[in-house]
Design a protein around this ligand. Sequence first.
Ligand code: MG
Length: 506
Amino acid sequence: MNGWSELIAAERLAELEPTVGRELLRHALEDRPRAESRRVFTNRTLRMGKIRQIGFDLDFTLALYDQNAMSQLAFELTLDRLVERHGYPREILRAEFRPPFCRRGLILDTEHGTVLKMDRHRYVGRAYHGRRPVEGRERSELYRQEPVKPSSSRFYRVDTLFELPEVNIFSEVIDLADHQSAPVSFDSYVRLFQDTRHAIDSIHADHTLKQRILADLPRYLPRDDELILALKRMSLRGKRLLLITNSEWYYTEALCSYLFDDALGGGSWRDIFDLVIVEAGKPGFFRKNQPFVELDAAGEEVGEVEQPDWGGVYRGGSRENLTRLLGGRGEQMLYVGDHIYGDVLSTKLTSTWRTALVVNELEDELETRADLSSQHRHLDVLRAELAEFGQRMDGLDDILALYRKLGNGDTADDESSQRTRTHLHELRTEHRAMRQLVRRLQDQISTAINPYWGSLFKQGSNKSLFGSQVENFACIYTSRVSNFAFYGSNHYFRVLLDSMMHEASI
Ligand SMILES: [Mg+2]
């Protein structure tokens, strides 16, 4: 018997036979593996015992699409739109779908036609123009002459998984044009970016993408049996669950029925959530003050209300108008989403709601890192040795400088100076070899995680811009919502490491 059916059976049994039911419940809830890739990680201490309500985003949060299938569909529909409505030549249909190249956290430079990745200090560590890596002097000239401002109009940040096909199209069309392997041209990189944006927006806005997904849900939306178990477990001690999605009612209803109704043994997904808000218009939902529109069971408008009620379905609304229903204490609400800006950063900037970020890429990355654990350990040792060598070489350089300054023709000084020089030469040779080894190991680890961009969370030895945002804005983060099935409903998520550099050295 799998997890959720055990739990549901346990709940039913609990009504008839409390002892057996409780035992089954304990078994269903506690005897579970907790692989590293399924853990919940804590940036800011969070006592689930203090949380009274948990809100969920839908797309890429509860509904964890098959990323490749979804991106390929959007990629193909968008290319078609560029040809049909924006006058691009049919040759762009030769663009190749390249999923590993497209990652969130990347930034498009719409003036120079590059895709780049930054660390948290805004240092551009990697860049590609089409498929060509931009390196050395070219990268320095583009991104080191003045500070790079990712929030300026020149740059576009890829924050959501829905946007990955844009990266693919932008770079592939530029590559086709650069190599003149097809008669592809466009007015400017900015224009190409804008046209791609419009085309992809249009397949969302006119529901083309959603209709195609709904027509073949098993292909685009793998079910996760542990998801219902996680939601049941989270709500076990009276916490209320809310669904707050930007998707429309018809789409939300279809997706949630598909995800949950069978798992509930003929029940309805509506019973899981105490409140459903569709077309919420996040991130505006967190900033604006606007009324809710109540919907009936068929999704038809009932009328406008300022305050929603438990058990209802609403459209639009705002966080502010939800506050009274939630009891006014923002820190008792946990919001779970996948969008670093629309779900997490906006929540943090406008409320005291606690935040959980779903980063599905974490699963593959942690599994790859586990496979390379010996290389990681070797790298740590080498880095410590390199630092020590550097310090010794610096000291010897200073000594040689002093001998040169003294320059008094003393034979003993000359001999010592010569010995120092020889020693320094030996150290430098060894230091060079160690640096090469470090570079090889770094490349090996980084390429195994992603051949173009390396880790999502790191750039070189620093945190990536995306990694630092996860750390700054998400109280907790995890690879999928079903991971909460492994934690008690009142679990205390503790920060294990929140040290300044000077503390780490003690
Ligand atoms: Mg989402």
